[in-house]
Each structure stands twice: as C-alpha cells, then as structure tokens.
Design a protein around this ligand. Structure first.
Ligand SMILES: C[S@@+](CC[C@H](N)C(=O)[O-])C[C@H]1O[C@@H](n2cnc3c(N)ncnc32)[C@H](O)[C@@H]1O
Length: 309
C-alpha cells in the first residue's frame, strides 16, 4: 500500500497530472497503463477500454454515453490528480473498479459494494432480468423465494422485482455481508419483502419452504484458489473458496434443498466451471443447464423431484 507521501516522491501517476490535461489524455493513459501492467479484467468489464471509460465517466459524474461528447474538455488539476490516484489503485494495488467506485451493476440495477462482499456478476442476475422463462411460468404465482449465499443482496432484490407477490428470504453466513445487503435492500425500499438472515446455508431456515431457491454459492476449487489473480484476492475468501473440487457448498445445497422446496418448486444454482465435476459426482441427477451469455455450463436447474436422494 502506498502512502500519500511515498506517492508524491515516486509515483508516475502523480507526475502525469502535469502532462495529461483532457479526458482524452486521461482515457488513453489509463488504457495504456492497464495494458502495460497486464491487469486482469473480470468484474463486469471485458477490457481496459471499457474499464477506463466506466471509471472516468463515474469520476466525472457523466453518463457513459456522454463521455465521447467531452473528450477534449480539460479537467482541473485536482480532478486530474484525483482520477490518477484511483487509476494507481487499480493498476498498482489491483483493486477492482467496483470497489473503487462503491457500486456494481446488473442490467439497470445498481448495488452498493465494498470489500465485505463479492462484486455482483452472477449469471442468475441476467436470468432473473429475463424472467426465468419458461422455468418459472407464472411470475405472479411465486409466493416465497430464497436467495442462499446472498452477499450484497443483489439476487434477492432482483427476485423481489421479478416476483411481485413473493416474500423473499436472503441468507448469508457472513454478518458483514448481511450489513451490506441491508444497505442495498434499504436503498431499494424493499425491506418489507426481503428478509435478511444470518445462516449457515439452511441452518436458520428450519421448516421454511419456497417456490424458488436460487444460489450463487462459493465454487472456486483449490487449484484455482492457489492461482487466483490479485484482482480477485480483494474479494472475501469466504465468497470464493469451496474445497478441493469447488463443490463443497453445492453438495450441501443438493442434500438439503428438498426439505425447503414446495412440491412444484425449483432450485437454481450457479457453479462456475465445475459442470464436469458435478455431473461425475451425480451421474443419475437430470440437471437442466440454463443458457447464459457465456454458455450453457454454468447454471443448473432442478425440480424438487429431480434432486438426488
Ligand atoms: C459467490 S458469493 C455470492 C454473493 C451474491 N449472491 C452474488 O451473486 O453476488 C457467495 C456468498 O456465500 C456466502 N457464504 C459462504 N459460505 C456460506 C455458508 N456456509 N452459508 C451461507 N452463506 C455462505 C459468502 O459470505 C458470500 O457472500
């Protein structure tokens, strides 16, 4: 971690504030620095240009689309120094952009984030925005829903929007994550419909049954955890690590979900790159793989009767 004093003495990002005057200058510098340092993208941004545009637009309080109208506008010196200090954290400390800005987006939904929670990027978020058709045929008929491993509360809030008549429970083991989720639920004004529970998976939900259970649990296997890029080490380990094969949490969910689904209920779980390991572990379970923009291997759905016994 650099201090302000050491930054002044050594940082090229401090000196650059003298030379880079316009938004265009800063954008070009940001893309160059991210490329030079081989930063890893993966928190909602496919490449350096997209990240730089997002960070600069956020910093300048401009809508993304408006940045191109202001490329030749000069920033004040304090503004340039402020942006370059953020860029230094991104490139040198490898902090993901959403932790720098304090926000992450799923579609048009904005969520507050900090290092207490995983940065929202679940494929289940996109599926909820699309209405889960045809898997949940009548969104109005969903009375009860559960988001297991809720983190920032993002999927629970999206369920409250997707299922207008549902009461939604949202559970997480981490009290710090529950605090962040409370803030997001408050910002969306849905505290009357989303109940946050500190719970080790289903432990605090005895006797409760749901029409829909979604979960984006930790699912990173041990070899991948050992090689995790620095960007992802800013996220809570509790949100990522899931044992040798990445299935520790998924196994427990599959074993216990039957006691918490209504007869026509469905379980939807994101599992990262573990489809082959999961199908090898459960050869008789008829997983339905849902299509996401990245492919069909990442999110499965099971009806209550299809769960392994
Ligand atoms: C991959 S993050 C998902 C967060 C959020 N649902 C999302 O999609 O952005 C997994 C979450 O599971 C929580 N978690 C880890 N182990 C848990 C357990 N045994 N019971 C409940 N939650 C757990 C972590 O604290 C973390 O918030």
């Amino acid at each position: 971690m650099t201090t302000d004093n050491t930054r002044h003495a050594t940082s090229p990002y401090v000196a650059a504030a003298d030379d880079l005057l316009t938004i265009r200058d800063l954008l070009r510098f940001a893309v160059t620095e991210m490329g030079r340092a081989n930063v890893v993208h993966g928190h909602g941004f496919p490449d350096a240009t997209t990240e730089a545009i997002h960070l600069l637009a956020w910093f300048c309080h401009l809508p993304h689309g408006a940045l191109s109208d202001h490329l030749d506008a000069r920033l004040t010196r304090p503004e340039r120094a402020g942006f370059l200090a953020l860029l230094e954290r991104r490139v040198v400390e490898r902090e993901p952009v959403p932790y720098l800005t304090g926000e992450a987006w799923i579609g048009d939904f904005r969520f507050f984030v900090d290092r207490r929670v995983l940065i929202p990027r679940s494929f289940i978020g996109d599926l909820l925005l699309e209405g889960l058709s045809p898997w949940v045929p009548d969104l109005d008929a969903v009375d009860t829903a559960l988001d297991l491993c809720t983190g920032s509360g993002c999927l629970a809030i999206l369920m409250a929007h997707a299922f207008p008549n549902a009461d939604v429970d949202a559970a997480d083991l981490s009290p710090a994550a529950i605090d962040v989720a409370h803030r997001n639920v408050g910002e969306y004004g849905c505290g009357d419909r989303v109940r946050l529970v500190q719970s080790d998976l289903f432990a605090a939900l005895a006797g409760k049954r749901y029409d829909v259970i979604v979960s984006n649990p930790p699912y990173v296997d041990a070899p991948s955890m050992a090689e995790l890029p620095r960007e992802f080490r800013h996220e809570p380990e509790l949100a990522l690590a899931a044992g040798d094969d990445g299935l520790d949490l998924v196994r427990r969910i599959l074993a216990e979900a039957g006691d918490h689904l209504n007869p026509a209920g469905v379980l939807i779980v994101e599992i990262g790159h573990n489809r082959a390991a999961l199908e090898a572990a459960y050869p008789d379970t008829p997983f339905t793989w849902l299509s996401t923009h990245a492919g069909d291997d990442f999110v499965f759905l099971l009806g209550r009767d299809q769960l392994p016994t």
